[in-house]
Design a protein around this ligand. Structure first.
Ligand SMILES: [Zn+2]
Length: 69
């Protein structure tokens, strides 16, 4: 679990906030601190890996198809 800040005004997302707890991007105090689940990140990583694998499979299939022509 990671602590993260989220600004409701400018939708800033980050690990740091201003010195008085304000948004470092727009200076608003409409900022909330929330726990960032690490699971989401790994899920995104898995998706990226699957997409990469699909792309590679497509590329290899394409090359093999071209060679058979
Ligand atoms: Zn902001």
């Amino acid at each position: 679990m990671l602590m993260a800040f989220y600004c409701k005004d400018c939708s800033y997302h980050g690990k740091i906030s201003g010195q008085r707890g304000e948004c470092p991007a727009c200076g608003s105090y409409n900022i909330v601190q929330k726990l960032k689940p690490v699971e989401k990140k790994s899920k995104r990583g898995k998706w990226r890996l699957a997409l990469l694998l699909l792309l590679w499979t497509y590329l290899i299939m394409h090359i093999l198809w071209k060679l058979n022509e």
